[in-house]
Ligand binder design. Structure first.
Ligand code: HEC
Length: 161
């Protein structure tokens, strides 16, 4: 009897080990696994932080430049609003950067907004240079002076008049 029981326990243990070894972490190729909290943490990581938001802002900064050059005011307005929203969301992720972004938010963006609203081509070079300086001074304040943006030279996107 005892022998039979030991035999049964042995078989069960062996099967359990076999099954555990064969079980993949995510059998259907799904990566959002684990507890609810672990899943939320994973989603947060995949949304990334400031860097990806800045890649988007870098792109929109260039598009804004060409939109104004083209006097495509609707597109300029669109890009400016996307930049504003991109900043809001990026600062929600990294509120510790809000202090360095203060000038950009309170002076630079409203100045550009005013220019686009007024369809002002006369002051464009100056206002765009102010924006570029504000981008770079924030990079310096955030100890990334090596990220220097300059007036775009070439169009990247196919959007043009
Ligand atoms: C909070 C102040 C702040 C302002 C204002 C700011 N940046 Fe940035 N930027 C950063 C920081 C911080 C990084 C590095 C992000 C990281 O990787 O964590 C960065 C990175 C970048 C990058 C590199 C992204 C990459 O990783 O490839 C570009 C391009 C960029 N910024 C463009 C701009 C432009 C254009 C403007 C102005 C329209 C601007 N930034 C304004 C803080 C700022």
């Amino acid at each position: 009897m005892l022998k039979k029981l030991t035999y049964l326990i042995g078989i069960s243990l062996f099967s359990y080990i076999l099954i555990s070894c064969n079980k993949e972490e995510n059998p259907q190729g799904k990566w959002l696994t684990g507890s609810k909290q672990e899943q939320i943490n994973k989603i947060e990581d995949h949304f990334r932080g400031f860097g990806v938001a800045m890649m988007e802002i870098g792109y929109r900064y260039q598009e804004l430049y060409w939109a104004i050059k083209d006097e495509n005011w609707g597109y300029a307005d669109h890009q400016l609003h996307e930049i504003e929203e991109g900043f809001e969301l990026a600062l929600e992720k990294r509120p510790e950067r809000a202090k360095s972004a203060h000038h950009f938010k309170t002076i630079t963006l409203p100045e550009m907004d005013k220019l686009v609203d007024a369809k002002d081509t006369t002051n464009f070079e100056q206002v765009f240079a102010n924006m570029t300086n504000a981008c770079n001074s924030c990079h310096a304040m955030e100890e990334m002076p090596f990220i220097t943006v300059k007036t775009p030279l070439k169009r990247l996107s196919p959007v043009r008049n």
